[in-house]
Design a protein around this ligand. Structure first.
Ligand code: ARG
Length: 378
């Protein structure tokens, strides 16, 4: 007997599936009449409770999910996302291996390419694999308080959990690569040491002060989010790591600057010889600008793709115009789109946006944050 809640969940999947198939055919006229495909999907859903995307649907779905990301300023190139179809991969060691291969392909010797790898979807009674790590590349954090942490305080809980489990890979530096934590189908979570050749890193130097070189600051080239679920037309792909390239402020105004991350503003200000006794000297603001100059200049010198917030803001407006011409509405979250420094010097600051929810999108599922912190990792 079907209980009402189950029936409505099945009905929702059917609606989302139909909506996606129609969109796919509308945006890909060469795919022809949607009706035979709609009938086939309905039939497959009725028989099995799920359906399998064609390779073309998967590619388009992953791209549209990017296009629908309210928080992403970098969506102009949504249609060039490279999709690695790995739906047959369910075991943790093979998932990890494919994630490392993803990094190599995305890094591309420094000419960073947007890539997604899609692993097996959830099926009725059989959840797909899951990546616990929030990104494919993360630095360890040692210590239990931001002010006394070596490394990235954000990852201190995961580091602690891994140390308890016997991970001995960390040298105790501020930039130790954490292993990747993956849970395969019908398995418990396992960790896999990240091969050094899969991760390109950039030493951070300041263009006017050679002394920064010895400081040992660095950051990785590729931001690859790995704990969001890709949802396409009612199908959930819980493991679908994706990356773009960095915008400098993510590193210079957040990762290295936030008080609960590397918290470097005071150290930067001291290097710059600023008066740090009063907020009104604007030492934090000046340190932020120099740190961001250092990040952009260092990536440029290393030949690694990075964009700045002025360029990326303009590109986003181009994206809005382009989408409008296609008759599509773009949802956006102002508080995420406006860059964390010099907001008012970018055009995105001076307008408003509306958020839009779509059933084809990247979603944080409940528990993702706890898993990324290694909570209950056994
Ligand atoms: N802000 C995150 C970080 O600093 C990455 C988020 C995705 N960023 C991107 N440029 N695709 O690691």
């Amino acid at each position: 007997m079907e209980i009402p809640q189950q029936r409505s969940a099945a009905a929702r999947v059917r609606e989302e599936a139909e909506e996606f198939i129609r969109l796919f055919h509308r945006e890909n006229p060469e795919a022809g009449d949607p009706r035979p495909r709609l009938a086939a999907v309905r039939d497959e859903l009725a028989r099995t409770g799920t359906y399998r995307h064609t390779p073309q649907e998967l590619v388009h779905g992953a791209r549209v999910a990017w296009r629908n990301s309210n928080r992403c300023i970098g969506r102009l190139y949504w249609n060039s996302l490279r999709v690695r179809d790995r739906r047959g991969v369910v075991e943790s060691d093979r998932v990890a291996e494919e994630c490392f291969e993803h990094l190599r392909e995305a890094t591309n010797g420094g000419r960073v390419r947007p890539v997604i790898t899609v692993f097996a979807p959830d099926a009725p009674g059989r959840p797909g694999p899951l990546i616990w790590s929030e990104q494919l590349v993360r630095y360890a954090g040692y210590g239990d308080h931001p002010s006394i942490t070596v490394g990235d305080a954000r990852n201190a809980p995961l580091t602690e959990a891994l140390l308890r489990l016997g991970w001995t890979g960390g040298a105790g530096t501020p930039f130790d690569l954490l292993p990747l934590v993956v849970q395969g189908v019908d398995d418990k979570p396992r960790w896999f040491e990240t091969p050094a050749d899969a991760v390109l890193e950039v030493p951070i130097r300041h263009p006017d002060d050679a002394g920064w070189g010895e400081w040992g600051l660095r950051w990785h080239a590729v931001p690859a989010i790995s704990n969001m679920c890709l949802e396409i037309g009612g199908i959930h792909y819980p493991a679908a790591p994706f990356n773009g390239w960095y915008m400098g402020t993510e590193i210079g105004a957040r990762n290295l600057a936030d008080t609960d991350r590397y918290n470097l503003l005071l150290a930067v200000a001291r290097r710059l010889g600023l008066d740090t006794t009063s907020d009104r000297s604007l030492w934090k603001d000046r340190a932020l600008v120099e740190l961001n100059r250092a990040v952009l200049d260092s990536f440029d010198r290393a030949g690694v793709t990075i964009s700045d917030h002025h360029t990326e803001s303009r590109r986003f407006l181009t994206h809005l115009e382009r989408e409008e011409r296609k008759g599509r509405e773009v949802g956006a979250d102002w508080s995420w789109i406006v860059p964390p420094i010099s907001g008012s010097a970018t055009p995105v600051f001076h307008r408003t946006f509306e958020e839009r929810q779509s059933s084809t999108s990247y979603v944080h599922h409940p528990g993702a944050q706890e898993r990324a912190q290694g909570r209950d990792l056994v």
